[in-house]
Design a protein around this ligand. Sequence first.
Ligand code: ADP
Ligand code: MG
Length: 576
Amino acid sequence: SQDKQKHSFQAEVAQLLHLVTHSLYSNQEIFLRELVSNASDACDKLRFEALADNSLYEDQPNLEIRVDFDTEAKTLTITDNGIGLSRQEAIDNLGTIAKSGTREFMGKLSGDQKADAQLIGQFGVGFYSGFIVADRISVESRRAGAKPEAGVRWSSTGSGDFEVEEITREKRGTSVILHLKPEAAAEYLSTWKIKSVIGKYSDHISLPILMRKEEWKEGQDNQPGKMELTDEWETVNQASALWTRARKDVTEEQYKSFYQQITHDHEDPLAWSHNRVEGATEYTQLLYIPAHAPFDLWNRDKPAGVKLYVKRVFIMDEAQALMPLYLRFVKGVIDSADLPLNVSRELLQESRDVRSIREGSTKRVLGMLEELAKLEKDESASEEDKGKYAKFWAEFGAVLKEGLGEDFGNRERIAKLLRFSSTQSDAPTVSLADYKARMKEGQEAIYYITADTLAAAKNSPQLEVFRKKGLEVLLMADRVDEWSLNYLQDFDGTPLQSVAKGAVDLGKLQDDEEKKKAEEAAEAFKPVLAKLKEALKDKAEDVRVTSRLVDSPACLVVGDGGMSLQLARMLKQAGQ
Ligand code: ADP
Ligand code: MG
């Protein structure tokens, strides 16, 4: 029927709309970035679906985005000829938030409007940002391949409900029509303003973004002259995928703004690497290391980061097969020349090309990290550059450690990138190489201790003898330490040894006098030990005299092969 139907927004949407319109006002221009990015996504989707059904292109094979405005009607319209929406899709996609990220988004809002505005894109609530500037939004759309009569008009003032009606629309794709609020109308109904916002946020959209050309019109009858829009359209963005350009043709600023475009991260990345790889498999990679962790870094099921393209056609986000889990913080684009365009997630897992891309990209990322780490000690580096690795480590160190267990082939490279706090450095800046360089004469192991917190590690009685002898001990309190160190038996020929396991053998570090004393004490305490063992028989495997304590009377240790106390506690917490 032609009837208008009223629908209510899902409760979360209503809440979100309220937030968007009230709290994000100070960074309003991002609405255009969001709507242009949706238009571009819609074109990507069409291109992808058309791989299986070429007729979806109808008579319009050139995908594009048009931005137009009407100063009389005070409307700004973003039109794409992408996949379009069916009536049901309009109801589902513009009225509910299927994404579980929304709740988290709400929880993350800080009241700091600028930071909140950055969250909008990350959480995929982009469409609603239109209500920052509009008091009514109409969306007119027709799905590719559907009849003109199967068009839909969705419309809402952004408060509580929306209306949906059927319309006839010849052209495939979507127009988002923003009825601007008065203040926004004064600002955005201008070619210059819109061009500048597009230039800032959307320059690298790989589709052409078109606007009408303006022309000076002389005034008549004493009226002043003015600029008027013509019917001629021009492309206002670069419209070439950034990664396809030669490195020398891309400026630092462009790399940074591309990063912002794909991540919605307001901070500059710490490093990036752009390469065309040739050989058995051909691909282009543009990979970034962010300066801070996303909210869902610990969600190992959803490692978003690297986008897969095949010959510039967007194939999928979150292409997990392209990057190992322990590098899930890496963002960027990989464009393969070899994979079939219809490659599926399943196929990706099995493809030899993908394996080789993954290996190459892993090496590239480790290389970037090594470069950053080198800057730490580079006298000629700026203070900012010197601090980059520490910044990386603070954000992502715990994730990188997972690589010890996950990536056997690169274990040594990863080990060199590790940093720890120690009894000689509160800051987590001690590398295993630094430690080795400071080892005492006769010291045969790299000593470490794990605990729930750094403070607990640092104050552990198990450290007493090491302190007394001036031996450095690495302090570890990340949840993954215990697990990941299982995979690192030694570093550069020197074994790693937990000071909380078994009888610590200080070997050559103990002089004969000390050894004799310890033996005598063991002898003298034999009867006491026997009693203690009897009394603790259900609780302790062994009770022995130790030389590891200086001031404390007793401490708990685990057997050599046993789990550490820390790991045992962790498993207990997890109910095992
Ligand atoms: P996201 O882009 O992260 O999915 P948005 O809030 O920006 O979230 O958009 C919500 C959904 O609305 C999109 O996933 C898409 O299904 C639909 N949509 C928005 N704009 C368009 C468009 N121009 N063409 C087709 N579908 C669109
Ligand atoms: Mg979007």
